[in-house]
Every structure is written in C-alpha cells, then in structure tokens.
Design a protein around this ligand. Structure first.
Ligand code: ADP
Ligand code: MG
Length: 244
C-alpha cells in the first residue's frame, strides 16, 4: 500500500551545520508516530520541513505517492498537514471560535459579514469530536485549561480537514491531569483515522499513545519500530545510546 507520507533522503544543512542526514521514513494513514531524540537530534528541523516552514536541502517528500514541495506553511496546510507548535500560537483574549477560525473566517453573502453563528457551531462540533465539553464558544481562550487550549489548537487543524497533525511537545508544559487529557485527544484523533506525528521527550506519553517510534540522533534516523512491547525505560535507553 502507498504510504500517506513518505520521506526519502531528507537532508537539512544550515551553513556548516548539518541538522538532518539522509532521513527516510514512511507513515501510513491513521498511524500515531512518535518522533524522539535528544536535544539537537534534528526533530524541530524535520517538523519545520513537514510544516512547510523551511525547504530541505536534500531529498524528497511524497504525499499519497506524489512528490510534493511545500512553498510555505499555508501550502502545507492546504495539502493536509497541520502543525501545532509548543507555544500553540493561540490568541488568549479571543474566543474559542475566533481562535479556531483565526485568519480563515467564514462570511455570509451578500455583504461578507462574519458568520459568527456558523463558526461557533462548527467549533462546537469539532470539540464534540474530541469529546471536550465546553458550553460557551464565546469563552476567551485565556480562561481555558492547558488541555482545553490544546483542544482548541487541534480544532484549528480539524477546520482545515488536516489528514496529518503534527504536535510538537504537546504535554511539555502540562501537569499530570492535563497530560492525560491531551493523550485522550490524540486517541480521539486516531479513532477518527487522523495521522499524528508526536514530537515528545515524555517516554511514558509515547508508550501510552504511539504505534511507532522514530528516533533521530545526530540528524540520522537510528530507530524506526513499533512501540508495542517497549517500556519508557527502553525508549530512553535507545535515545541516549551512543553511536557505535
Ligand atoms: N536555524 C538554524 N541555524 C543553524 N543551526 C540550526 C538551526 N536550527 C537548528 N540548528 C542546528 O541543527 C541541529 C538540530 O537542531 P534541531 O532540529 O532544533 O534539533 P531538536 O529539535 O531535535 O533539538 C542542532 O545542532 C541545531 O543547533
Ligand atoms: Mg527542537
């Protein structure tokens, strides 16, 4: 079967610094893949390439078997890849629906007025799909918990019908209970057949939700295997292992 996303020979150099070398990997539709590695391993460089924020200096990317180049993040989004960065980039003062539709507001003919009702209804629907219970779509995002904010950021991806959702360290700033909520969001996405790439330092999160783990070290892929049967300790050891 053709993989949903396929990377071949991806390289990324920043001047004299080589951040990624000859990285290949395939992701099937509906998979949750954890992308792991120590600081400097190349995770963020790879995420930026997939998000359309930078072009690789070598290699190719295919979606559904067709070669793709992403001109910019909007282009990647239109092609079905949404990236949720750690800082989330939510606008705290704005309401839930305003955040979900930020920069892509729905309007009504004939005068092009904002269709607030429809945006609020759609936001409510997205949150329901994630099993997040918030009554009022006018609630400013600053009043939400960390887990709920992640849900709003994911709703933005759903608004674009993203097939691939990349989450960069989504639980890094969260407590135990909110982390559990975010892991539940990822399970919901998987149940809806979304593909998730989870960048994480939290090995217990990886064990809890990922199907597969890809480990980078020094810009190279050093592991690519199913998570089943591995413990958080096994994963930590694989990440820290010195190159032979
Ligand atoms: N914009 C940049 N300019 C120069 N070097 C960079 C840049 N971004 C990342 N690097 C370098 O590339 C390597 C990989 O970094 P990064 O992709 O951020 O890894 P990770 O996210 O796994 O910590 C590091 O050596 C880092 O210093
Ligand atoms: Mg990083």
């Amino acid at each position: 079967m053709t993989p949903l996303l396929s990377l071949r020979g991806i390289g990324m150099s920043y001047g004299a610094v080589t951040a990624l070398r000859d990285v290949d990997f395939d992701i099937g539709a509906g998979e949750v893949v954890a992308l792991c590695g120590d600081n400097g391993a190349g995770k963020s460089s790879l995420v930026k390439i997939l998000a359309g924020a930078q072009a690789p200096t070598a290699g190719s990317i295919a979606l559904d078997g067709a070669n793709e180049k992403f001109r910019d993040p909007q282009d990647a989004l239109r092609k079905g890849i949404a990236t949720i960065y750690q800082d989330l980039a939510v606008a705290p003062r704005l309401s839930i629906w305003q955040n979900v539709f930020l920069g892509s507001e729905l309007t009504r003919p004939p005068f092009g007025l904002l269709d607030k009702r429809r945006m609020a209804e759609m936001s409510r629907g997205f949150l329901a799909r994630l099993a997040v219970d918030i009554a009022d779509m006018e609630t400013p995002v600053e009043r939400l918990s960390g887990g709920q904010r992640q849900a709003v950021a994911i709703c933005r991806a759903l608004r674009w019908d993203a097939r691939i959702i990349i989450m960069d360290e989504p639980t890094a700033a969260l407590g135990v209970k909110e982390t559990a909520q975010v892991l539940e969001l990822i399970r919901r996405l998987q149940a809806e057949k979304h593909t998730v790439i989870l960048v994480s330092h939290a090995m217990q999160d990886v064990v809890a939700v990922a199907d597969r783990v890809v480990i980078l070290r020094g810009g190279r892929k050093v592991q690519d295997r199913p998570v089943a049967g591995l413990t958080a300790g096994d994963l930590a050891a694989m990440i820290m292992q010195r190159a032979a």
